[in-house]
Design a protein around this ligand. Sequence first.
Ligand code: TMP
Length: 214
Amino acid sequence: MKKGLFIVFEGPEGAGKTTVIKELESLFTDSNIEYIFTREPGGISISEQIRDIILNKDNVEMDGRTEALLYAASRRQHLVEKVIPALEKGKIVLCDRFIFSSLAYQGYARGLGMDNVMEINNFAIEGHMPDLTILFDIDPREGLKRIHINSEREVNRLDLEGIEFHEKVVEAYHILAKRYENSTVIVDASKSLAEVIEKVAKEIITFIERKGYI
Ligand code: TMP
């Protein structure tokens, strides 16, 4: 049986991932590709509950390792309950954030160490790495400016970190893009929304064609 493809969208705050994903959804609906869209942390009830705890602005006491473990726990449940079953049915899984987020935010920006964070995540994901990661690349200052302009978007606990934190997130993403260059594509997210959508759609179509899906 044909196994599905796991495609992940990554990037710093305000890179426009969520907006682009919404637009892509209509593109996919009009095709006959079998897919699901989902997100981390969240995507299913248990993981959405964990998301609420992690991102709650009142949880100022949260320790960095607790945060990393909660993201890994949320990831584990989402993976076994939603992602793996869809892949086993041969579907394309399009997921807003995955392990790179933990490596960049907790491992690098929070200073826990990418190797330490990888270790707890290895326990959580048991080798289920993305087939393709699309990295939305943007200057962190530009990204933060965008989220402050977009009043519809709720500001979460991690958004409140200083600019140095967000600069480190972007630096880490660049390190990861090099480390996983065979499965990562970088998209310039400072371009117009229409250009970014076109580029991301093209990358996905090329990838799934190459894998013999269409
Ligand atoms: P979102 O706003 O893209 O939905 O992501 C929620 C926040 O959680 C965002 O600030 C990035 C952060 N995050 C981590 O720090 N580590 C992770 O592993 C994930 C998945 C998200």
